[in-house]
Structures are given as C-alpha cells and as structure tokens.
Write a protein of this length. Structure first.
Length: 496
C-alpha cells in the first residue's frame, strides 16, 4: 500500500456531476488564467476515507485469485473490432452509465470507476510517475473489464486497445465519436480536432522512442521515493501525449487525471498502454520487469464484478495470460516475470548543471567529452550489459500544466516544429495534469532516456549536443509554462 499516510484535503462530494462541456482551448490553458480555470473545472481531491476503496490499508480484504476456468480472451485493436464486438462494447458502457445513474453508490458504476482512478491521482496513494503506473492500471482495467462483462452477462468480453502505435490510428477511434446519437462511448469533453489525425505530434514515434529502451527504469519508470520519482518513457510519451491531445491540452475529462476515467476512451487508451508493456517485453534483448520486492509486492484494493473488495499485487498481474486471462497480439515471453535489477552507475558526464528553467524557446547545450569520458561512451556495449542514459534530473512542472518538451540528440536546430519522427528524437518530457488542490504529492521527477547507440557513434573531439525543444499539438507557438530542472547528464551504467 501507499507509504504516505498524511491527512488529505477536502473532497467535492458531488464528484464531477456538473462537468463543464465547453472546450477550453490550449490558448486559454496557457494563459495566466490557467490556475483559475483548473480550479474552476476540476473536482477536488478525494479524501482517502472518501474513496470507495481503502488506499492506505488492505487489512482483512480477500486476496485476488485467478479465474482459471475462464478462456483466455484477446484484447483486440480498436481498428480490428467486428461489428458485433462494437455493439457489445457500446452496450457494456451503456450499462455502466445506467448503473451509475440508478445507484450512484455502486462502486462498479461509471462515475465510481472514475473516482477509484481519481483516488490514486495526486494524493497520498499516487501511482503515476512511478513504476507502479503500469501494474496499477493493469489491475484497474482487469476489474473494470470484468464489471463490464458481468453487466452484459458475457464474461468473454474483452476491452479493445486504441492502437495509436499504428501510424494510421493517430486519431480518436471513430466508434468513440458522437454518432450514432446516444453513443455510450462518446464524451463531449474532447477537443473538436481529436477525431482528425494528429499532425503536430506523432504517437507512433513517441511509442517507438519508448520501445527502444532496454531497461525498466527508462521504460516503466522507477521507485517512489518521498521527494522524487522517475517517469518512464511509455508514460511520459504516448500516454501523457494522447491524454492531453484528446482534449487539446485542456481540462476535463481526458486531460486531467482526476476526471480522465469518465471518458470511455480512457480504458481503450490504457489497454493500449498495457499492450505496449507486453509488446516491449516481446522484443526481448534483455527487456524485463524490475525485480525489486517493493515493485513486486505493492498491493491495491479494487471492487470486483460482484461488488466485493479484493486486494491484488504487482506480482499477481505480471503474467496477464495465466492470471488475468487475456492476451495481446504477441505471446508474453516466459522470462518477462523474472525481472532485472536497476543498473549501477559507472560514470557520469555532466551536460548542464542546474537549476535551470525552460522558456518556450529551444535550448541546446553541448559538451565535448574528455578522452576518458569518450572511451566510456563509445565502449558502452549493450551486449556487455552497459547502457548510456541521458538523464534529466529534478524536472518540475506545475501540477496543473501540460507542456510538451521534445528532446533531441545532435540536432542543434531542432525547434517546436521538429517532428518526433526525426532520427535525432530521443524522448518526450510531459505531464498529466492534476488539479492544484489535489496535488499534495508533487515531487520533482527524473527521466532516463537510453542513448547507447548514439553515444557509441560519437567521434573523438565531437561534442555531445542535447536540444530541449518545447512543442505543441498545433501550429501555435509553445506555451510559456514555468518548467525547471536540476541537471542534465549522461550516465554510463551496467546491469548489476
Ligand atoms: Cu491513471 Cu492515463 O492515467
């Protein structure tokens, strides 16, 4: 369970009952009215004791047991659903919405499901920006999927995946749109443009940047520590990117973590995040989950399809085929559950000491490694378990802001219009906004981006140049969000 037990702030009892359907444009969002807008639209923080699930202690709650008799279901890509599967999906969300209306206290209903997600956002039990991000959402979706199955009397029901990793699916799936009238998958709190292809940000390129990572720290993120955490590139890249893009960087629903799970596309989005976790492991090359006991034994409480509380750990969800009874379009490798330890540092090469702030203009720093550093960089061979990370430490983004900052290697002319598909692209720094009065846990975070191949290709006497280029979803200039960071460095590390 969560390691922080501080008392929480107030909770707006009528959790997003009155949602503001007016789209807040990115321009409004960017303006100095940002904080005010955020507070006006956002539900307040959940009191731990107001959450339908206990977020502090799971004492006395029955433990998860696999539904071994259930045939393994395939979570398909949205673009491949058959008409009957679309009808079934729509019926399921219609039932979920009806349940919420008929009995607002039923923990399985639409709004209560969103509230459960909200309970793990920004407060003491925060699971975002840590390596708990992936297992927590996997467990949440598992029970959500079973609830939908129960509501339609069909436990073979499987969630679909919004397959934004596919270049051709870089827009909201049309089945989630306003037609037919009354479509239960539709949510009016989305940007008008979200059904059009993303032109100024590439979810498939963001996904590729995440998939290239070979270590769990860089891909999944790392441990929660009281003052700091590391965010993985899957979360910061396509995950935050598409949350924010769905609402064009504005607030409810998808753009704000306290309301995101009110939008049915949230679950298809997260099914794809979950699919990318599996596909990452399927690539092999030493990719594995973290082996730390802290990661494996973390435990959360959910409601099952029969309204019973159940506790479940990371370890329970790692093999989703055997324990959760679903699969994706690649077979989970047996080694996936084994786990690897965090790499140990061999050498660090400071690139930019801090603290520093980012303006909307791109910022480049160049450092020429000395001969010893150069040897370490070109000699770090993945086959010897050595990795070079670009490490950005102590990133601080206002909790309620959603800026995008692209990172490039050796591309000193990169700017806000340089595409993530550019070969020099390394990764995206971003945020998933939290209402200000919800953001009790708002530590700085670190990001690691693997640059081994690029470091191996350095030539003697040539500088390492890193460019941080703030960008946007539109042709407009990037917003002036006060982003600071403590340091940027290269870190040569070895797997223990
Ligand atoms: Cu809990 Cu996509 O967020």
């Amino acid at each position: 369970m969560s390691r922080v037990t501080t008392a929480e702030s107030s909770f707006l009892k009528n959790f997003p009952d009155k949602r503001n359907s007016a789209a807040v444009s990115r321009r409004t969002f960017v303006s100095s009215a940002l904080a005010t807008v955020g507070l006006a639209l956002a539900p307040r923080a959940a009191l731990a004791e107001d959450c339908p699930v206990p977020v502090i202690s799971a004492a006395g709650i029955p433990k998860f047991a696999p539904d071994s008799g259930l045939a393994i279901r395939e979570r398909k890509r949205v673009s491949q659903l058959l008409p009957a599967e679309i009808t079934r999906l729509r019926l399921a969300y219609q039932k979920l919405r009806e349940l919420s209306q008929n009995d607002p206290t039923d923990p399985r209903g639409w709004k209560m499901q969103a509230l459960i997600h909200n309970c793990y956002c920004g407060d003491s039990a925060e699971i975002h920006k840590t390596y708990f991000f992936l297992p927590w959402h996997r467990a949440f979706l598992y029970y959500h999927e079973r609830i939908l199955g129960k509501l339609i009397g069909d436990m073979s029901f499987a969630l679909p995946c919004w397959d934004w990793d596919d270049l051709l699916q870089n827009h909201l799936p049309t089945i989630y749109g306003p037609l037919p009238a009354g479509n239960s998958l539709f949510d009016s709190n989305r940007a008008v443009n979200s059904f059009l292809p993303t032109l100024f940000i590439s979810p498939s390129a963001l996904t590729e940047a995440a998939m290239r990572q070979r270590t769990p720290d860089a891909f999944l993120g790392s441990d929660w520590v009281p003052s700091r955490r590391a965010t993985g590139l899957l979360e910061s890249g396509p995950h935050n990117g598409m949350h924010n893009w769905t609402t064009d960087g504005a607030f409810p629903d998808m753009g704000l973590n306290s309301t995101a799970a009110l939008d049915p596309v949230f679950y298809a989005h997260h099914a794809n995040v979950d699919r990318m976790w599996t596909k990452w492991l399927c690539q092999g090359g030493g990719r594995a989950n973290p082996s730390s006991a802290l990661f494996l034994n973390e435990e959360w409480v959910f409601f099952d399809e029969n309204k019973n509380k159940v506790r479940i750990t990371t370890r329970d969800v790692l093999n989703h085929e055997t324990s959760l009874r679903y699969r994706y379009d690649c077979a989970l490798p047996a080694a996936a559950a084994a786990g690897v330890a965090a790499p140990t540092t061999v050498t660090t090469i400071p690139l930019d000491g801090g603290p520093h702030s980012l303006s909307p203009a791109p910022k480049t720093f160049s450092v020429t490694p000395d001969p010893i550093q150069f040897a370490a960089l070109i000699g770090a061979r993945p086959e010897l378990g050595a990795t070079v990370f670009l490490e950005i430490e102590g990133i601080d983004i206002p909790a309620n802001a959603a800026p995008l900052v692209n990172v490039f290697w050796s591309k000193t002319d990169a700017n806000s219009t340089t595409s993530e598909s550019d070969p020099a692209f390394v990764g995206l720094i971003s945020n998933f906004a939290t209402p200000l009065d919800h953001a009790h846990v708002h530590p700085k975070f670190d990001m690691l981006m693997e640059v081994t191949d690029r470091a191996n290709a350095l030539t003697i006497g040539a500088p390492v140049s890193i460019t941080l280029a703030p960008t946007t979803f539109t042709a407009l200039p990037p917003p002036a969000v006060p982003i600071t960071y403590d340091a940027v460095r290269l870190r040569v590390a070895k797997l223990a």
